[in-house]
Design a protein around this ligand. Structure first.
Ligand code: 6GU
Length: 269
C-alpha cells in the first residue's frame, strides 16, 4: 500500500518510523511518502494560511498550495488514490472504515492546521476522486497530524503480513465478526501470583470451552460498564442462551424489537 501525507509539520509524523508501521515500511509492505506543504507555497514567507472570508477567529489554509501539492502527488502515482481529509467535522473513523481503507492500494492524507482548508479544495478533488472527510472522535485537536498517526496505524495493522498473527485481529474489539459488538475482556500472563493477586482459575483449567465462555462473559461485563450503547445496538441474533443469562444478570432484557435495553440494576454475584 502507498500512503502520501501532505503537512506543514513533517516532523510530527516521525512516529511512522517506529514499531509496527516502521517495520512494515522497512519490509516494503508500506510505501509512506511525507511531503512538506510549504514546498508549494511560493511567496517569501511560504505562506499557507490567510484570514477567513466572513470574518471570525483563526486562519484558513489557502487553496493554491494544497492544489499544487495534490496535483503533484496525484501525478506521481498510477491510478487514483482515496483522499482522507482529517477534520473534527468529518464522518467517524471506525474499525469498519479502517477495514475499507486497508483494501485500497493508495491513500493520500491532508492533515490541516488552523481552522481547516478552503472548502473549494475539498470540492475540486471531490469531483474527481473519492474524498473522505474523517474525524477520530468527539474532541477538538490542534491539527490533523495526530489523527493521521491514529488512522495509519489502524489501517496498517490490517494489511496482510503486517501483524505477526493474522488471527490476532479476528477478535479485536469492534472487528466485524465473532466478538463483534463487545469490548475485549482482561488478559493475564506469568507469574501466576503477583503482589498477592492471582489469576482466574479457569484460565489454567485447560478447558477451552470454559475459557471461551469466561472470556465472553468478561466481555459482556466490560461492555456493560464502559459501552452500554454497544449492547443496545447489537443484533440480538448474535446472543446465545448463555449470553442472554449474563445480560439478564447485568440488568438487561429484550425489548419489543428483540434488541436489549437496560431494565434493572445488575444482580450481585
Ligand atoms: Cl481529524 N482533526 C482535528 N483537528 N480534531 C479532531 C479530529 C481531526 N478528530 C477529532 N478531533
Amino acid at each position: 500500500m502507498r500512503l502520501d501525507i501532505v503537512t506543514i509539520f513533517p516532523e510530527y509524523l516521525e512516529p511512522l518510523n517506529v514499531s509496527l508501521v516502521g517495520k512494515a515500511r522497512a519490509r516494503g509492505q508500506l510505501d509512506v511518502r511525507i511531503h512538506d506543504l510549504r514546498q508549494w507555497a511560493h511567496d517569501k514567507h511560504n505562506t499557507v494560511d490567510d484570514t477567513p472570508y466572513g470574518g471570525g477567529p483563526g486562519m484558513v489554509m489557502k487553496p493554491e498550495p494544497w492544489g499544487e501539492a495534490l496535483d503533484a502527488v496525484l501525478a506521481s502515482g498510477e491510478g487514483e488514490p482515496v483522499v482522507v481529509v482529517p477534520t473534527p467535522s468529518g464522518e467517524p473513523f471506525t474499525q469498519q472504515l479502517a477495514v475499507e481503507l486497508s483494501a485500497k492500494p493508495w491513500l493520500v492524507f491532508t492533515p490541516a492546521r488552523y481552522e481547516g482548508i478552503d472548502r473549494r479544495v475539498i470540492e475540486e478533488y471531490g469531483d474527481r476522486l473519492d474524498v473522505r472527510e474523517v474525524s477520530i472522535g468527539d474532541y477538538v485537536l490542534a491539527g490533523g497530524e495526530a489523527p493521521v498517526l491514529v488512522m495509519v496505524e489502524a489501517v496498517a495493522r490490517l494489511l496482510p503480513g503486517v501483524l505477526g498473527n493474522a488471527a490476532s485481529h479476528q477478535d479485536d474489539s469492534f472487528a466485524p465478526g465473532a466478538m463483534a459488538d463487545l469490548l475485549e475482556g482482561p488478559v493475564y500472563t506469568k507469574p501466576p501470583e503477583w503482589r498477592g493477586r492471582t489469576i482466574p482459575e479457569v484460565l489454567v483449567s485447560g478447558h477451552h470451552g470454559k475459557i471461551a465462555r469466561w472470556r465472553r462473559d468478561e466481555a459482556f461485563r466490560r461492555t456493560d460498564r464502559n459501552r452500554p450503547d454497544l449492547i443496545e445496538r447489537a443484533d440480538p441474533a448474535a446472543f446465545d442462551k448463555h449470553d442472554r443469562a449474563i445480560l439478564a444478570a447485568l440488568g438487561w432484557s429484550p425489548r419489543e424489537d428483540g434488541r436489549f435495553g437496560r431494565t434493572s440494576e445488575a444482580v450481585e454475584e
